[in-house]
Every structure is written in C-alpha cells, then in structure tokens.
Design a protein around this ligand. Sequence first.
Ligand code: PSV
Ligand code: MN
Length: 393
Amino acid sequence: MVELTSERKAAAAKQLRAQRIETPSWAYGNSGTRFKVFAQDGVPRDPYEKIDDAATVHRFTGAAPSVALHIPWDRVDDYAQLAKYAADQGIALGTINSNVFQDDDYRLGSVCNPDPGVRRKATDHLLECVDIMDQTGSRDLKLWFADGTNYPGQDSIRDRQDRLAESLAETYARLGEDQRMLLEYKLFEPSFYTTDVPDWGTAYAHCLATGPRAQVVIDTGHHAPGTNIEFIVAFLLREGRLGGFDFNSRFYADDDLMVGSADPFQLFRIMHEIVRADAVGPQAGIAFMLDQCHNIEPKIPAIIRSVMNVQEATAKALLVDVDALADAQRNGDVLGANAVLMDAYNTDVRPLLAELRADAGLDPDPIAAYLRSGYPERIRVERVGGQQAGWGA
Ligand code: PSV
Ligand code: MN
C-alpha cells in the first residue's frame, strides 16, 4: 500500500492543481456512428452555446479551462469576438483543429491528393486555420489527414509522402513564433489500404523534417489492438516531440468513448510516463485534450466524468513511490518494481481529489453538483429551434 504521507499528498496536489485538460467543441454536439446519429435535447446550436457548455464543465471541475475548435464546424464571422465571449465565460479558446476531410474534392485525399488544385485548396485551409489562431490566441494547430488509398496501385505511396511534406513545410512557415503544429496519426479509416500518416513513426519523421515546433499528437484510439501506447509516450517525450494527446477510449477501433473507461490501467501507465518526465503542468507544453463523441450518454456529465478520469489516472501516477521503484529497478527486482507501480494504481485517489476540489471552492462531486445545478433543465428548455450542432455541422 502507498502511504499517503502529508509530503506525498502535498507534492501530488501541487501537480494536480496545475493540470489542464482541454475539451473538444464537437463533443458537445450530436454525434453517432455511420448507422445513426441520436439527437439529444439541449444540444448547442452554435459555437457560442458550445462554449457555454465547455465553461460549465470548467466551472464544476476547475480543470478544463479551454475548448478546442474544429474548423469549419465552428466557423464564425468574428473569432476575436468568440474569444472574448469565451473569456467572459471563464475559459479560453484552445487548439484549432483543421478539417480537410469533408469536401467532395477530398475523395482521393487532401494534401496528398494527386490533383495539385485540391492540394492547394487543402493547404489554403490549413493556412486559414493559422489566421484563425492569430485571432483566437491559440497556440496549437492540430492536423489530421484522412488521406490514403483503398486499393493497391491506386496512387504512389512515395509521391504522397512528398506531397505531405510539402504542405507541412508551407504551413509550418506560416506559424508564429509561439505557435505549434501538432501532427496526428491514425492507423486506418477512412482509407483502408494505405494511410499517409498511419503511425507515430511517420508522424515523428515528418515533424523532424519540418521543424522543432512540429510535434506529434497521440490520439489514444488510433492504434492497433495491443499497441503499447506508453512506450510511444516515453519515446516521444525523450525526443522532445510529444505535443499532446487526443484522449478517448477504444474497444475495437476509433470508438471515441470516454477516456479511462475501457482501460483505466493503460491511462495510468501513460500518465506514469508523463509524471516521470515532469510533464503534468502546462510549463511542459503537453496538451491534454479530449477527442470524444458521446453518442448515447448525456454529453456534459460524460465530459465531466472524462476530466475526472484523467485526474484520477494522474493522481495515481503521482503517488508512485519513485525512490522505491528506482531501487527495485536497479536491483533487478522484477516483482518488487511491479508491486510499487501496482500499489499506486490500486490506491483510491477519489478522496484526495475531492479534498482538492473542496479546497479550491468546488463541489467535491462535480457530476452531482452539475446535475443539481439546473443547467441541464435550462438548456433543454432554452435550446429549442435552430439547428443542433452535430458531426459535420
Ligand atoms: C480523426 O479520427 C480524429 O481523431 C481527428 O482528431 C479529427 O479531427 C477528429 O477525430 C474529429 O472528431
Ligand atoms: Mn483525434
């Protein structure tokens, strides 16, 4: 058992207070599978209402002070005004997610498309996203490409890599000094034969070639079953190339379920590597983002739950007795080392987190507080008419 000494608690508390988790605007809208999108009552109808929901999550958790936008899903006429609105609600606009996967033109890809005209259009969109970042005050541009091929021979695998490199270089050149580019990889889908950025190695190689502010983002749902994600985390941290996470859970593929729901132990192992690198707080520059869809469960409490799941995994990771672990590792004590890690994982950190919330003037039980707040009833009544936001809208 891990002894919760006051020093250990204080050290963990300091880091937990510093941790920031960014929620995604699209998680507040309707979503579903390719079979059905289930509409829910009270869903936001525009980016302003999404910001209201994100601010609500922050109000109850105290740990989610920014919201990521997806362009064009969150397109508005005046982004500075949107940023001001967010600030008035107590949060900031965060990562700008580009979208070069939903136009008919992108059938054969975006920045890797064989048609130079389509490639121009796609890169122009990425540049437009940087323009938006300048107005929203965002640090990060997130790039995910649905590019790839479905059939052997369909296109040149190698030429597509050249086209990708060209677009990344042009976009990178447009970034301001304090801005970064986060390149996301995904094993497959929507392309099934080849994917142009299928794994961390490809993303890492492109980032190396592009520049120091090009960093890899790990979407936890984008791996083959059984992949050791914490190895990828440790490797990229060591190389100084881990930009952040798109957290979610998967059972099969890109399921986008609540982070920490399918495999909380994996999340703990990931956070253990983050703690080892002293990268929990914002100073380390790791963006802890959620990329989730709440298809059948109510969205706002699911996002609150997700934030809490990340906090719980982080708290457990912070309780690892690092000296005992290092001793055991040095002595080749396999069982001892494993026991140190498991002791931390098996510690119930909920009382510690509840205490921290109470100290910060928050309700120790954010979900119960949210359900009591009247907010769910209010949005159900107020958000009638108009077009509900949803995947693709
Ligand atoms: C792709 O599956 C992805 O993970 C990318 O991050 C997209 O921007 C996001 O999902 C859209 O939900
Ligand atoms: Mn993602």
